[in-house]
Design a protein around this ligand. Sequence first.
Ligand code: NPW
Ligand code: ADP
Ligand code: K
Length: 518
Amino acid sequence: MPQRLPATPLPLFNSASTRALEQAALAWHPQPSLMQRAGRACAQLAQALAPHAQHIWVLCGPGNNGGDGLAAAAILAAQGRKVTLTWLGQRERCSSDTLVALQQAQNQAIHWSDTPPALQPHDLIVDALLGLGLHSQAATNPRIAALLQHSYASPATVLAVDLPSGLQADTGLWQAGYAPQTPHHSPGHQQRHTLSLLTLKPGLFTADGRDAAGQIWFDDLGLGQLPIALPSPAPTAWLHHPAAPITAGLAARRHASHKGSFGDVLVIGGQGLQAGAAMQGAAILAASAALHHGAGRVFLHLLDHGQLQQLPQTPEIMLRNQVTALAQLPSSTVVCGCGGGSSVAALLPKVLEHSARLLLDADALNAIAADAMLRQRLKNRGPAGLPTVLTPHPLEAARLLNSSVPAVQADRLAAAHTLANTLDCTVLLKGSGSIIASPGEVPHINPTGNALLATGGTGDVLAGMVAARWASMPNGMHRQAHHAACAGAYAHGAIADGWPAQRPLTAQALARTLARAC
Ligand SMILES: NC(=O)C1=CN([C@@H]2O[C@H](COP(=O)(O)OP(=O)(O)OC[C@H]3O[C@@H](n4cnc5c(N)ncnc54)[C@H](OP(=O)(O)O)[C@@H]3O)[C@@H](O)[C@H]2O)[C@@H](O)CC1
Ligand SMILES: Nc1ncnc2c1ncn2[C@@H]1O[C@H](COP(=O)(O)OP(=O)(O)O)[C@@H](O)[C@H]1O
Ligand SMILES: [K+]
């Protein structure tokens, strides 16, 4: 029975692990077959999603994904639905399960056609062209590509079987040739659903995955009920979900607490106008987010001898000059780099050496990418028992990896994992489906957030939110850093998810409404 994803942490499995599970299950010859179960689940969900569809167009590819589509089409037609079916397979190349499904479809009153039918918004397209068998090296099949473009342009709801066709299960990247051609293909014009089978795949939740998949449903095809011991591969990643409500940390404070109980956050950043372009707002946003997210005390050191004496909007934030700020490094959770410009590099050697817990963002990351000595100092922190969180967006990650944004986005899990291991840090790789990776930890993918966050300054707010959580933890080592990064990213995205879709979300509003919205 297809189900919505439960609100718990969920294991994600790449194609190799899914194949291993599939092979073990197939070897047991379950009755009904896995393909029949997949067809049934797909037909059930189709009925639920489009109860008033007058026309269902089922697109079936040449492999077993197409077989699932054939099995679903047969059931839908048997239930009296008007079905048009496009099948790209060849009988002589089909698996035995697909041949059974083909026969079932041929036994029904189905209109077989290679021409896309005209569909209305209440109609349904079942996309069973390509699933787990997508080869990344194969040349684009023009028929598949053309059918997919028709499906994207249609007003009808789309239900993708197992995966949106052409989306890579492991990375969430569209295979060239199969992505929607309109650059800003709006998810708003079409409802999209994906019924993931056997396992949930990481690519559904990061990179292009969220837009491609739409609402995700899951059916394990009865794997849990099989009377055999299936292999239990380690998850490739976890879809993060907090263990407790995100406000629990604040609500559970001991009565006899004081401001020192929840840690000090020290923000260092915000270059001054004398450097050419002032970016003090970024550092103020990070400090403000730390404050509104429950840090006990928040200090701010603005670079270039910032002239401010006080922040009238947030008088709780205490300004510090360079000497005082550096003296506080060993007792603080330090956020360094937000709006740091070229001025931050000079302070980095001391910050890297002395900060008890360190979150590096923005220009601090750029400075480290450009300087081998700073990179070595960063690497020295882990062995010295000093944990670090890096919060790069894809371009900052590319600089640190000496690669390019397309290379980072082509495999976000791998990019975050490589950075975490080579620099011995927790890495929060930002963007749609942020990745949190730490040495020795299974990576997490953050499920919250949306494009309202794609506005200047929201990354600075994230840095402050992660720091506030980390500062309140009694032990700051890798595992806590990883938890703080997961929790911060989740809450940050959750604010945006709760924000009215028609109202722009400014970074300042995000920082200020955090405590109330969570
Ligand atoms: N096994 C089972 O019983 C079960 C399987 N299940 C279902 O099967 C799906 C996996 O099926 P699969 O392995 O047949 O792969 P599938 O996704 O249909 O694609 C293969 C076909 O596509 C072609 N092709 C590949 N890449 C291409 C490209 N870039 N561009 C163009 N064409 C490309 C490839 O071509 P070929 O390599 O043969 O030249 C081949 O013809 C899985 O996602 C789930 O839905 C479930 O029902 C559970 C039970
Ligand atoms: N489409 C999106 N979906 C989810 N999160 C997003 C999206 N766009 C941006 N974000 C989030 O917004 C933040 C932007 O951070 P960043 O790129 O550093 O911007 P800035 O430097 O302007 O603050 C990150 O946390 C990122 O994950
Ligand atoms: K598909």
